[in-house]
Design a protein around this ligand. Structure first.
Ligand SMILES: [Zn+2]
Length: 151
């Protein structure tokens, strides 16, 4: 479905084509080497006291956060990990989102689901499976057509 690594980034972010081109076309090593430890790579706040964020999720996270640097392409021992330098506010926002994500996830504990966490009621009938955010999501023909229109 995706013909270019830029397609999911375009779909999942509101970056301009030029910003996407820079982030995708500039090697991680180069971006890592020129990265300023005092610059938040997300909101661009500048000054002391930034934090390093390392994320490992066995998924190409640059589809959502193209600013991430893939450490497998950098002179680093931390392979399979993405790196981002962020300010305290962006870190606090991440913690808030993680907290919301956790609350939503644990609220589904009593629901009947498969090993991928999808509700079993979604698995019946003729479905079209669409890969979204690393998960195969079952859709009816109508849902699939609506999904394609929104792309
Ligand atoms: Zn920030």
């Amino acid at each position: 479905m995706d013909s270019s690594p830029k397609d999911p980034i375009k779909r999942n972010t509101n970056l301009s084509d030029e910003e996407i081109d820079y982030l995708v076309d500039t090697p991680d090593q180069e971006r890592h080497d020129v990265q300023d430890d005092n610059l938040c790579m997300l909101c661009h706040a500048y000054g002391a006291d930034k934090r390093s964020l390392n994320i490992k999720a066995f998924y190409r996270l640059t589809e959502f956060i193209p600013e991430l640097i893939d450490l497998k392409n950098v002179d680093s021992t931390d392979k399979d990990t993405y790196y981002l330098r962020i300010c305290k506010h962006c870190r606090a926002e991440l913690f808030q989102k993680l907290s919301e994500w956790r609350k939503e996830a644990i609220s589904r504990r009593d629901e009947v689901k498969n090993h991928d966490g999808q509700l079993l009621e979604n698995r019946t009938g003729n479905k079209i499976y669409v890969r979204i955010n690393g998960e195969s999501v079952p859709m009816t023909k109508e849902q699939y057509e609506k999904f394609q229109e929104e792309e």
